[in-house]
Design a protein around this ligand. Structure first.
Ligand code: NAP
Length: 271
């Protein structure tokens, strides 16, 4: 019998996850199906329960349901508990719903392993304090940066995350107190609609790295800004998307799929 998985979100029609998992399953020989699952904003629990009771084996969870998935899980991994958000649910045979968060490890694998970026000892600025920031902050902090600043449009949300994670410096996006960051990670959803962030000209150190969690077929506004403000290395979040999916695949199937060919295929537009 074929095991069933899905990605749940709203909106969900543009998700590349089914294509990514189809490629992982083909590469590893795992017998599974994977589809998109749309849920109305106020009905995450009902839709997720129906999928689980209907024999579903696991879900990836995307915007805007990661915090609801956290509440939905019976058991949490350490990294999901730290994040306060779940992007991977596994429905175990004993009836338990296991919640995990693979966003942080996905970002680190893309930044450190695929792009060769060092985080240890570097001054890092994270933009945004939503669900994605919650997922990646514990991993970034564990990578031992010299300092980690967190800037958000709504400053109170950055302050709340600083209370949760301790060693962060929260600030409003409109008043970032320092300059010359060696790595800036954009976790805001601003680029999705092509909106620009208003950033000080010298906030990125010359030769620094800019990483945008948003991915698009064309250059994102943040990456365009970074390229014209001294960045040597830039990347959108496609690699992270594939790496966090690979970690979810491992959580479900106990098998690590190859990621480089999948990233390359998606970059060529084969999805
Ligand atoms: P979210 O919980 O809705 O948070 C959105 C964040 O963006 C908040 O900090 C919000 O600020 C900020 N924001 C939105 N529009 C803005 C604007 N015009 N100017 C300045 N700030 C703005 O969403 P999320 O779950 O964190 O996801 C954020 C993005 O990351 C999405 O595009 C998502 O697709 C992407 N993502 C990518 C990956 C990947 O694997 N590549 C993984 C996870 C997420 P306020 O607090 O002020 O509203």
């Amino acid at each position: 019998m074929t095991d069933c998985y899905a990605v749940i979100g709203n909106p969900i029609e543009h998700s590349k996850s089914p294509e990514i998992h189809r490629r992982f399953a083909a590469a590893t020989g795992e017998a599974m199906t994977y589809r998109r699952l749309w849920a109305p904003h106020e009905h995450f629990r009902a839709v997720a329960e129906a999928f689980c009771c209907g024999g579903g084996h696991g879900l990836n969870v995307t915007v805007p349901f990661k915090e609801e998935a956290y509440a939905f899980a019976d058991r949490l991994s350490e990294r999901a508990a730290a994040a306060g958000a779940v992007n991977t649910l596994r429905f175990d045979s004993d009836g338990q719903r296991f919640g995990d968060n693979t966003d942080g490890v996905g970002l680190l694998r893309d930044l450190q392993d695929n792009l060769g970026i060092t985080i240890a000892g570097r001054r890092v600025l994270v933009l945004g304090a939503g669900g994605a920031a919650r997922g990646v902050l514990p991993a970034l902090l564990a990578a031992d940066p010299a300092a980690l600043f967190l800037a958000n449009r709504t400053a109170a949300r950055a302050e709340a995350l600083a209370e949760r994670f301790g060693t962060l410096h929260p600030c409003p996006l409109s008043a970032i107190p320092e300059r010359g960051f060696e790595l800036i990670v954009n976790t805001t959803a601003a680029g999705l609609q092509g909106e620009n962030l208003e950033l000080p000209d010298d906030v990125l150190a010359p030769g620094g790295t800019a990483y945008d969690l948003v991915y698009a077929d064309t250059e994102t506004p943040f990456i365009r800004w970074a390229r014209t403000h001294g960045a040597t290395t830039t990347s959108d979040g496609l690699g992270m998307l594939v790496e966090q999916a690979a970690e979810a695949f491992f959580v479900w199937r106990g098998v690590r799929p190859p990621t480089a060919p999948v990233i390359a295929a998606l970059r060529r537009g084969e999805a």
